[in-house]
Ligand binder design. Structure first.
Ligand code: S3P
Length: 175
């Protein structure tokens, strides 16, 4: 039986919002990969990109994925690029059901502000080409859930239904 649920998908797909709702429904812990990276780095993601560069950020991402791979009963929101890195994807898939929150490009652009907090979203042309480039990686997730429409709660419900269909017990230890 899977020990983890990993939400993947592009920036703005709702991973960090839907993730805690799914965790609550299952009675599992929640971990946001980006938050953990910032904790380990002792600085913001924007600062890591600026001072150390994207390769250093991707290395931290892999470390956090490895750390999470030993935690049972965990729902994790992966960073938008994590599943497109083959080594990180392999670690994320280990013992997990991976769920792609699929969103159309217009919705993603509307949801993600170009405020510099997400360095790869500042330039919209780069953002669009990244989306095209990454879709084949997201397709490697075990489950696809449409996340362009509806509230976070309704998306979380759809995710939980799909997890239940794969034998994950819902609310077993929710207290
Ligand atoms: C990134 C997505 C971000 C964050 C970083 C890089 C990407 O995560 O990990 O800015 O490469 O798409 P979210 O998808 O949670 O915004």
């Amino acid at each position: 039986m899977p020990e983890r649920v990993v939400l993947v998908g592009f920036m703005g797909a709702g991973k960090s919002t839907v993730g805690p709702l799914v965790a609550r429904a299952l009675g599992w812990d929640f971990l946001d990969m980006d938050d953990r990276i910032e904790e380990r780095a002792g600085r913001s993601i924007a600062d890591v990109f600026r001072d150390q560069g994207e390769p250093a950020f991707r290395a931290l991402e892999l470390e956090v994925a490895e750390e999470a791979a030993s935690r049972p009963r965990l729902v994790m929101a992966a960073g938008g690029g994590a599943f497109a890195q083959p080594a990180t994807r392999e670690v994320l898939k280990r013992g997990a059901v991976t769920v792609w929150l699929r969103c159309d490009a217009a919705t993603l652009e509307a949801r993600v502000p170009a405020d510099g907090l997400r360095p790869l979203a500042t330039n919209r042309a780069i953002m669009r080409s990244l989306l095209t480039e990454r879709e084949p990686s997201y397709q490697l997730a075990d489950v696809v859930v449409e996340a362009s429409e509806g509230t976070a709660e309704s998306v979380a419900r759809r995710v939980v239904e799909r997890l239940a269909a794969r034998g994950i017990e819902v609310g077993k230890s929710a207290g």
